[in-house]
Design a protein around this ligand. Sequence first.
Ligand code: ADP
Ligand code: C5P
Ligand code: MG
Length: 204
Amino acid sequence: MADASKDIVDGFPGDKKIIVVFVLGGPGSGKGTQCAKIVQHFNFTHLSAGDLLRAEITSGSRNGVMIQNMMNEGKIIPPEVTIKLLRRAMLDSANDKFLIDGFPRDEENRAAFENITKIEPEFVLYLDCPEDELERRILSRNQGRADDNTETMRKRFRVFKESTLPVIMHYDLKGKVRKVDAAKPVDEVFEDVKVIFAPLIAKV
Ligand code: ADP
Ligand code: C5P
Ligand code: MG
């Protein structure tokens, strides 16, 4: 049982209890797709770390060029940048339930988020999908992303295995990972996701 007093983000109006679910999985595993469906059914606010970083590039921010260069190499942006964006989006929202998609990407992300926000996730939704299927999805995503090419995709797969899987292992040891088979069609994956979220919603 998590200590509720630790789940309060410094500066949150009314010191309300914040529910956070991390959504992890390889690039193209369907994190954004499933999060959109969870938002519709369970009234969460969806925060994609990758989307926030891309918005930072297009806004012409001082960090934009650095973020773009790192993304093009499939590298993980320093956590202070990403956490600042996540924290601002959480504070700007009136909601108290957040899906944080594509974060924490590595141990450094995880430790920094924990230190800064003191938030422990309720659980981690892990969308498990084999690489050949990820590859098909990324190469046909067609969203104009500079990192959706064969060379960067391979680097992103390597980063996922070397840096993100250990984070999933960390939460697995705490009994916090809810794994689904993400290789199935979208609606079938969501059937499994719904079963995972239903008890959480009943509880709060
Ligand atoms: P992520 O956010 O994990 O990178 P996306 O949600 O953007 O993944 O999905 C990557 C691509 O794969 C998109 O084009 C999306 O429409 C497609 N997609 C997502 N889930 C599935 C699925 N279960 N089966 C087939 N295609 C999918
Ligand atoms: O999750 P998404 O595929 O949108 O992430 C795209 C890129 O954004 C990653 O490959 C990485 O370069 C960057 N990113 C990051 N730290 C995160 C999430 C994404 O550096 N926590
Ligand atoms: Mg995404």
